[in-house]
Design a protein around this ligand. Structure first.
Ligand SMILES: Cc1cc2nc3c(=O)[nH]c(=O)nc-3n(C[C@H](O)[C@H](O)[C@H](O)COP(=O)(O)OP(=O)(O)OC[C@H]3O[C@@H](n4cnc5c(N)ncnc54)[C@H](O)[C@@H]3O)c2cc1C
Length: 424
């Protein structure tokens, strides 16, 4: 079974050193004063060369796809979707390292700011992945490298005021063809991570060629943050996750050329649709929650253990009380379970068998609930101090709640898992 190697542990210590030195001193400004997280995230990425590593991997994949296309294989259109059939399974040992290298920065940053991880994940994960999946080579080159390095900040916009869990069914945002090579976009998006600051926005909507809404194809467009016809709200005030600015996006008669339509075509059914890409995005997002939950659980447990050893009431450290011990023991069970789920995900992905949507849902459901329970219990271990911002556990608890909501709510994960059991 996969476990952290010595080099992973070494990297982890380096990441922690950086986070303690560079991120922790900024946390109050980011969490309580509305400072955007992007400068410190860029420094994090640069210090560890993560952006350059991701760009290198992306370029190597592009090269392979082009070579296959030139040899007469698939890949005539754009993106990995067209190339998926001819993919070789990855080399497991390199892929195991790759999986660990992706999880460790998330774990370490989540110990202090799940919000920053969310801002990061949307910007260098969801947004470029939407373009990599189906974008033309020109679209990929224009946007992906700068998103992977965080030189540009990305946002991925599917949710609307009336469509959350039922993201596709209730979606109202539309793209109407305007002549042969332009579209007019209209629609409101809400709860969009990085929305207020993003340079690049993936705007997901329904193609309106006069069909009834339920038969409209899902398409996505690459928008710039500043465009005529596009407005954005200021960051919304939230319960937690303050390290990630969240906002609304309004498109009103926004006219865009076809070069902004991801994939630049809508009629070729073989090319799939943005609906499939969005589903893949949900799977990736759900797997990413495992690493976030692990970082938060570890931190909550660590703070609780220290407090339980040192806080004395009735003449004894509270850690000697069985009721407190039960909380600490349950935290450890949750930590082990979430870590094992993450290891399993890294291992199966490395062997070319990433979790399907039901498996990703099961992991996300468990990890989100475990993180919520552990972080709330940490507040309880701290008593009144737990309710005070200075002791940090209240932030962990406020942040953990979002894991049960975004990327599909707990209830949606339950139905996804049950449906896969019932009807597979
Ligand atoms: C901090 C934050 C950041 C976000 N970032 C983004 C982003 O970057 N991009 C983006 O597009 N979206 C984003 N979202 C939106 C997020 O994905 C949605 O909030 C989420 O999918 C839930 O949708 P909703 O809020 O409309 O809730 P609703 O769908 O209205 O759900 C309300 C309640 O009803 C329950 N429910 C709904 N349908 C069912 C059902 N069939 N069976 C049982 N129960 C059901 C839900 O589980 C929930 O408890 C973000 C949200 C938050 C809070």
């Amino acid at each position: 079974m996969f476990k952290w190697s010595d080099s992973h542990k070494q990297l982890r210590m380096m990441l922690r050193k950086f986070v303690d030195a560079e991120v922790v001193p900024q946390i109050d400004a980011i969490e309580h004063e509305g400072a955007p997280p992007y400068d410190v995230l860029r420094k994090f990425w640069k210090t560890f060369g993560i952006g350059d590593m991701l760009v290198g991997e992306y370029k190597a994949r592009r090269k392979k796809a082009e070579a296959r296309a030139a040899a007469g294989g698939s890949g005539s259109g754009g993106g990995e979707a067209a190339d998926a059939g001819s993919k070789k399974k990855p080399d497991p040992s390199a892929a195991l390292d790759q999986g660990a290298m992706r999880a460790l920065p998330i774990i370490e940053l989540s110990r202090h700011s799940a919000g920053m991880v969310t801002a990061l994940g949307v910007s260098m994960g969801l947004t470029p992945n939407a373009i990599i999946a189906r974008g033309t080579p020109a679209q990929q080159d224009a946007y992906v490298p700068a998103l992977l390095t965080l030189d540009k900040i990305g946002a991925w916009a599917i949710t609307e005021p009336g469509s959350g869990s039922d993201a596709f069914g209730a979606m109202r945002a539309t793209a109407k063809p305007d002549g042969d090579d332009h579209f007019i976009l209209n629609g409101n998006k809400t709860f969009i991570t990085n929305g207020p600051y993003a340079d690049v926005i993936i705007f997901i909507c329904k193609l309106d060629r006069g069909e009834p809404p339920e038969r409209r194809k899902i398409v996505s467009f690459i928008l710039d943050g500043e465009m005529e016809g596009l407005e954005r709200s200021k960051p919304l005030r939230k319960m937690g996750l303050h390290g990630s600015p969240t906002g609304e996006i309004f498109a009103s008669d926004l006219r865009v050329p076809i070069s902004r339509l991801v994939g630049e075509r809508v009629d070729d059914e073989d090319a799939g649709s943005a609906r499939d890409d969005a589903k893949k995005t949900f799977t990736a997002e759900r797997s990413g929650v495992l690493a976030m939950a692990l970082g938060m659980i570890e931190r909550a447990q660590e703070l609780s253990l220290e407090y339980a050893r040192t806080r004395v009431q009735f003449g004894k450290p509270i850690g000697e009380r069985q009721l407190i011990q039960l909380k600490l023991a349950k935290m450890e069970v949750a930590r082990q379970n979430v870590e094992n789920m993450l290891f399993k995900t890294i291992e199966s992905t490395a062997h070319g068998e990433p979790p399907d949507i039901a498996a990703a849902s099961a992991g996300k459901l468990y990890a989100a609930q475990a993180a919520m329970e552990v972080c709330l219990e940490a507040v309880q271990v701290f008593g009144g101090n737990g309710y005070m911002a200075e002791y940090r556990v209240e932030q962990l608890a406020r942040d953990a709640k979002v894991l049960q909501i975004y990327g599909g709510t707990d209830e949606i994960q339950v139905s996804q898992i049950a449906r896969s059991l019932l009807w597979r």
